[in-house]
Design a binder for this molecule. Structure first.
Ligand SMILES: [Zn+2]
Length: 220
């Protein structure tokens, strides 16, 4: 597995501890130590209760599994240049991804729509049409345009039109969809917030040098 703390692939023996039985099943915890970062990874899981005639009840196949430590896979916080109104939904989406990819994707779709409306200048429509508008505007570099186009393809918006009309709605997700939408937000945050701030700093530094040499500043 990939260590959810440090993202390095590892194989380590699993210690399984029995916790108890309740009406939902037999409960256990798997504990592993990542040899790279030495953090413990803990997964809570349950097995079905199965009747075996005269043998009585036995644990059956696995019924549920939850990552309990770390609480979330490590995805860094958005850069400080990203305003809180966008960062907040992103952070909540990243926290939810382990427990509910559906809830996570709903939050990140809402965040995506918010960024497109505030920063890409799209006219409010449904998310699929807003993605069209930003692609047609040609303002995004091609790798980002392809990534954002894939949001609606992976998310199968054609089969789930409600995903694009109510972007905050919690709906079934395709494998990888929640992660992908967060990856796209990473790219948009960099394009709309981080790079312009860097350029601004460089321009200010250049203008300070020009001013010292009694030359006119560059405009931005
Ligand atoms: Zn690790």
């Amino acid at each position: 597995m990939k260590c959810p703390h440090c993202q390095i692939e590892f194989h380590d023996r699993v210690m399984t501890h029995e916790l108890g039985i309740d009406e939902d099943g037999y409960w256990y915890i798997d504990v592993q130590r990542c040899p790279a970062c030495m953090h413990l990874v803990m997964q809570l899981f349950s097995k079905l209760r199965i009747e075996h005639g005269s043998l009585g009840e036995m644990p059956g196949s696995e019924a549920s599994r939850y990552l309990v430590r770390p609480k979330t896979a490590s995805r860094p916080l958005p850069p400080s240049e990203v305003p809180i109104e966008f960062a907040k939904d992103y952070v909540e989406a990243a926290l939810a991804i382990g427990d509910s990819p559906q809830a996570s994707a709903a939050l990140s779709r809402r965040c995506l729509q918010h960024v497109l409306r505030e920063k890409s200048g799209v006219k409010p429509a449904d998310l699929a049409k807003e993605i069209d508008q930003v692609l047609n505007s040609g303002q995004l570099p091609s790798h980002l345009a392809e990534a954002i186009d894939a949001v609606r393809n992976i998310g199968n918006f054609a089969a789930h039109p409600i995903k694009s009309t109510h972007s905050g709605e919690v709906l079934p997700v395709e494998p990888g969809e929640a992660e992908w939408t967060l990856d796209v937000l990473d790219g948009l945050f960099d394009f709309y917030f981080v790079q312009p701030a860097l350029l601004q700093q460089r321009r200010a530094a250049l203008n300070a040098k020009l001013a010292a040499a009694n030359k006119p500043p560059v405009k931005g």
